[in-house]
Design a protein. Structure first.
Length: 161
């Protein structure tokens, strides 16, 4: 009788070789897609930055996507201003993004530091500041130092919150 060349051990070995190859291929494709995605993100960011230099009312442009969450900083006079330092800072964090709400949108303040009484309150996107960024007017405001907060569009929040 001829020896059995396909032992269970051979099948297990074959399975692990294919599994390892599949994982490697999957990892390579993910890394390749991420590189492509990063390239497109950088290109899109550059286009947005060029648009902001040419059109100070860029934030009202309905063609630009809206972000669910953006960080802003307090500006004396009742405005909360989107905070963007450099393209590198924007690329480093998904949450540090250009605020692209339309004027008149209601937003909910969700992460104000050192002023918890504003958390959960609505604010209205009131207009474009002199530097081309949007301001968010709160129902009440204080002329204190710069403070960090985040906002969400009111229509994305559940009514039970």
């Amino acid at each position: 009788m001829a020896p059995n060349r396909w032992s269970p051990f051979t099948f297990i070995q074959l399975f692990f070789i294919l599994f390892q190859h599949g994982l490697t291929s999957l990892f390579d494709s993910i890394m390749f897609k991420n590189r492509i995605s990063l390239l497109f993100s950088f290109f899109r960011l550059r286009c947005i930055l060029l648009l902001t230099q040419q059109n100070p009312h860029w934030a009202c442009n309905p063609l630009l996507p809206r972000h669910e969450l953006s960080y802003l900083y307090y500006e004396p006079g009742g405005f909360y201003e989107p905070h963007i330092d450099t393209p590198e800072e924007m690329m480093a964090s998904r949450e540090t993004a250009i605020l692209r709400f339309a004027v008149g949108d209601t937003v909910i303040i969700t992460g104000l530091v050192a002023a918890a009484d504003f958390n959960g309150r609505p604010g209205v996107v009131s207009g474009v500041l002199k530097n081309g960024r949007h301001g968010v007017t709160l129902p009440e405001h204080e002329g204190q130092s710069e403070r960090k907060l985040s906002v969400k569009p009111a229509n994305l929040l559940s009514t039970t919150n």
